[in-house]
Design a protein around this ligand. Structure first.
Ligand code: GLN
Length: 490
């Protein structure tokens, strides 16, 4: 097995045992990117020389016999909406095509301090709005299990890069499912931490009350290792909190005997692919076999979460995106004759169709005459969704559900039908609305047209209790071998 196929934990052990050097590990990733990314298009930018330079420094440290931190010398890919000083950061958008990040995001500062080797930036839906990575201004990413299909989105580049072993792990962002849904569709692990558990400073904001950064990895233990490295409060993000000081990745191995896991009846609905439902129910049997108690629960307001999300999220987008005015940042329309034409044409030419749709929707629901009818009501629904979870967590320790209602579909199949696409988010948005953490782990495959398409199991937990869902995910992973299956492009 070539070293790029390893998990963080395995690569760390390999470096410590001097089975390979950090330069060799990085070279294996880079040459695999070279070989596969023509077909995959997971990367927007590869930083080969800086990655090799950093790897060399780590090797010097190893040569001196110094102890290695868990992420030291391990190659990572970063979603292109996180600022990496001195490099182009596009957020998948034409309007930021030539935007050079002036500083490092807090997660980047933390990863650099942890000794990570940054391989480059990954593709994503334009401004993180989407579920397929097809709306990227730079062309779609393809699913490594079947390159005629979408990898999910908006962190599709990060998920595909991990599933294809182009990197050891990646960072993504999740506003309504953008880490978890592509993780599910590409057969990797994805963790959306609690809102506030990881600093958003230097993340190009989409919807500030919902956005969160998290890892995409090849194992649950790896997700815990990365979370430990990036979590914590940050003076630059007033919504961040230092809730868990202790490292979680050692605890994630604990037994889940006696753990109470809720199965919400509202998540098994019309529109859920019967094959996916079967996989989720089978996963519950596995969790039961390893000691958990599965309890039927109800989240009565779950059916309203998606509609409320598609009001709150565009409302925040319309406010956040006013900064992209063709003057302060990024693209500016050529030959505009006055200020108002500069604004209008820069936004029209620079922002993608979905981004413009959401700005219009958001401006509408915030307008004086409609605020009470839409925005205020959606905020009330948000509170009810949150209360449903609070109530459920009085009886259960975590909740299981499908990640998305369908497996990966074909490129082009749904892109012209925004409403159908929004429905893909039905199982993921509630966690963002409530601010709770969500973990997705590989839970099997459905067969379609001669190819195997991954299915993800979602585990939701209490605020700042990543520990419980990581324990449950780890126990499930140990009892199954789905995470060891390799995509054809790996
Ligand atoms: N698919 C959802 C949306 O388009 C979520 C996106 C995200 O999490 N960034 O809003």
């Amino acid at each position: 097995m070539s070293s790029n196929a390893l998990t963080i934990q395995q690569a760390h052990e390999g470096l410590v045992a001097k089975k390979f050097s950090a330069v060799e590990l990085t070279e294996d990733c880079l040459s695999h990117i070279e070989k596969t990314d023509g077909a995959l298009h997971a990367f927007l930018d590869v930083h080969a020389s800086s990655a090799l330079g950093r790897a060399k420094e780590v090797d010097e440290k190893i040569a001196k016999g110094l102890e290695l931190k868990p992420l030291e010398g391990i190659p990572v890919a970063i979603k292109d909406n996180m600022l990496l000083a001195g490099t182009v950061t596009t957020a998948g958008s034409k309007i930021l095509e030539a935007y050079v990040a002036p500083y490092d995001a807090t997660v980047i500062i933390k990863l650099k301090a942890a000794g990570a080797i940054i391989l480059g930036k990954t593709n994503m839906d334009d401004s993180a709005m989407g579920t397929t990575t097809e709306s990227s201004a730079f062309g779609p990413t393809f699913n490594p299990w079947d390159i005629t299909r979408i990898p999910g989105g908006s962190s599709g580049g990060s998920a595909a890069a991990v599933a294809a072993n182009e990197c050891i792990y990646a960072l993504g962002s999740d506003t309504g499912g953008s880490i978890r849904q592509p993780a599910g569709m590409c057969g990797v692990v994805g963790l959306k931490p609690t809102y506030g558990a990881v600093s958003r400073y230097g993340l190009i904001a989409m919807s500030s009350s919902l956005d969160q950064i998290g890892p995409l990895t090849k194992s649950v233990e790896d997700a815990a290792i990365v979370f430990d490295a990036i979590k914590g409060s940050d003076i630059h993000d007033s919504s961040s909190r230092a809730a868990q000081e202790k490292p979680i990745h050692q605890i994630a191995r604990q037994s889940i005997s006696g753990m109470k896991i809720g199965l919400p009846k509202e998540y098994f609905i019309e529109g859920l692919d019967a094959r996916i439902e079967k996989k989720i129910r089978e996963a519950c049997d596995v969790l039961h076999d390893v000691g958990a108690e599965i309890i039927d629960i109800s989240l009565p307001h779950a059916p309203y979460a998606l509609s409320a999300y598609y009001i709150i999220c565009p409302a925040e987008i319309s406010a956040n995106f006013s900064r992209l005015d063709g003057i302060r940042y990024g693209y500016s329309a050529k030959d505009a004759r006055n200020l108002s034409e500069t604004y209008c044409r820069s936004r029209e030419e620079g922002l993608g169709t979905e981004v413009r749709r959401r700005i219009m929707l958001g401006s509408y629901v915030l307008a004086a005459g409609y605020y009470d009818a839409y925005y205020k009501k959606a905020q009330a629904v948000r509170q009810m969704v949150r209360r449903d979870f609070d109530n459920a967590f009085r009886t259960v320790d975590c909740i299981v559900s499908p990640t998305s209602p369908t497996p990966a579909f074909r490129i082009g199949e749904k892109i012209s039908d925004p409403l159908t696409l929004y429905l893909e988010d039905i199982f993921t948005v509630s966690a963002n609305m409530a601010g709770i953490p969500g973990l997705v782990v590989p839970a099997g495959f459905v067969e379609e047209g001669g190819v195997s398409l991954p299915v993800g199991l979602q585990l939701l937990g209490r605020h700042f209790d990543e520990e419980t869902i990581l324990c449950a995910g780890y126990a499930y992973e140990q009892a199954t071998d789905w995470h060891t299956r390799k995509s054809p492009l790996s």
